[in-house]
Design a protein around this ligand. Structure first.
Ligand code: MG
Ligand code: MG
Length: 280
């Protein structure tokens, strides 16, 4: 789940101890395994409601609590955002099609700490230009993570993502929603925008936990909110992509707490999906 830009102001930033980071790693591992479970289920004809129910059972069976359910009244365990839906899609009765891209965003609370990660799944029938949007967005997530090191500023992450997606590849960064700090709350300070200037913004030091989540549109950057009060669509109804990891800032290299390898394995074993990897 992303954060509406400037929704969360004036809060303090809490750095995590090594013991807290290990609990967060467990919460994020449960998120990662839940996304993998969803990856085994995604087939044409399956609905958002079906994967949402399975995800909730999976999380509760493993001792966690769905973090999104009830968050500001959000009704579901997962955000399921297909095609022109950017983020915050409410799982419903629409059946997936073999030409869909589906961002699945999952949050878990475990022992008082939160995990948050997302992956945009691709059915086998999507067009090459949509594959390129997904691979570019996924690559930008890792370019952002490369900048999440002790002594850098949030703007270094923001710039890396924006420069790669907009200047190098001609896509658009959504401005209205941003990444965020994470820990004892799902959304903490600082905000982590996917656009910005190098060397600006909050100074990152070791133990800062943040969720980095580029939301990148094929067409215009503008979005609008559905009448359901949640679902965010692209204004031009062109496709959008979304990938997210929760990471901890460390010296030299960020520690990625969420692990996409589980879901990439699930995709390999699901003939209806194609594996999307970061563009090289
Ligand atoms: Mg999320
Ligand atoms: Mg998030």
């Amino acid at each position: 789940m992303g954060l509406f830009a400037s929704e969360y102001e004036g809060k303090r930033v809490f750095h995590k101890t090594p013991a807290e980071i290990e609990i967060m790693r467990q919460a994020n591992t449960l998120v990662s395994k839940t996304l993998a479970h969803v990856g085994t289920m995604l087939k044409a004809g399956v609905t958002g409601e079906m994967i949402d129910k399975a995800a909730e059972e999976f999380i509760r069976d493993h001792g966690g609590k769905p973090a999104f359910k009830g968050y500001h009244g959000f009704p579901s365990t997962l955000c399921v955002s297909y095609n022109d839906i950017v983020v915050h899609g409410i799982p419903g009765k629409r059946e997936f099609k073999e030409t869909d891209v589906v961002s699945v965003d999952c949050g878990v609370e475990l022992e008082g700490f939160f995990g948050d990660a997302a992956y945009t799944f691709a059915f086998a029938g999507i067009s090459e230009d949509v594959v390129d949007l997904l691979e570019t967005t996924y690559a930008s997530l890792y370019l952002g993570i490369e900048k999440a090191v002790h002594g850098n500023r949030i703007g270094d992450i923001s710039f890396a993502i924006q420069d790669y997606c907009e200047r190098k590849h001609g896509y658009s960064v959504v401005r209205d929603l941003v990444g965020h700090g994470i820990g004892r709350s799902l959304h903490e300070d600082p905000e982590v925008p996917n656009y910005g200037r190098r060397g600006k913004g909050f100074l990152m030091t070791e133990g800062l936990a943040i969720a980095i989540e580029p939301m990148i549109n094929m067409g215009v950057k503008e979005v609008y909110q559905d009448s359901d009060g949640w679902t965010i669509h692209t204004r031009d109804r062109k496709p959008s992509a979304h990938y997210e990891h929760s990471v901890v800032v460390q010296k030299g290299k960020a520690d990625i707490l969420s692990d996409h390898t589980f879901l990439l394995e699930a995709i390999k074993n699901n003939a209806e999906l194609q594996e999307i990897l970061p563009k090289s």
